[in-house]
Design a protein around this ligand. Structure first.
Ligand code: ZN
Length: 163
């Protein structure tokens, strides 16, 4: 393991052990749930959005270390950002963990601790664990207070909602 990989591992384990923003948000303006049946991850995300800015975020649920660490870091990363900025960060994060180029073109400052997920790219099954909370974020911001579920195919999800 390289020095960097060890550091990334430590960041992930720390977020899993001491998840930031864990719990409910009584005054949440939107929320969404995410399920990853392949791994058994279940996350519910609560947001308080004020004037298009994410003022607060919490999550609860259970799942593997990757899904918990991802939800924990998501909260840290999006608090204080506008809805648009948060969704752009999701796209950046997805690039990081799904494409070879993504990891190279992104600066560490853009991603902060999220950079620790770059190794997930090598484990396709784990990618679903890592993006679960982000799919829930997207659903919550789009006003779909429903469950999202990761699908078998690479990097797709099903919105369980009748439109
Ligand atoms: Zn998982």
């Amino acid at each position: 393991m390289s020095e960097y990989e060890e550091l990334y591992q430590e960041i992930l384990l720390d977020h899993n052990k001491n998840p930031r923003n864990f719990g409910r948000l009584p005054l949440a303006t939107c929320s969404a749930e995410g399920y990853n049946p392949l791994c058994g991850d279940h996350i519910k995300l609560y947001l308080t959005v004020e004037n298009e800015v994410i003022a607060d975020v919490r999550f609860e649920g259970s799942g593997c270390a990757i899904s918990r660490a991802s939800a924990s870091m998501l909260g840290e990363a999006i608090k204080g950002k506008s809805k648009g900025e948060a969704l752009a960060l999701f796209a950046t994060f997805r690039d990081l963990i799904t494409t070879e180029e993504g990891g190279k073109s992104l600066s560490e400052s853009e991603l902060g601790d999220l950079i620790a997920f770059h190794g997930v790219r090598a484990y396709p099954v784990r990618i679903k664990c890592a993006v679960l909370a982000w799919h829930a974020l997207q659903a919550a911001l789009n006003g779909e207070s429903v469950a999202v579920m990761t699908e078998n195919s690479h990097d797709h999800h099903t919105l369980k909602v009748a439109k």
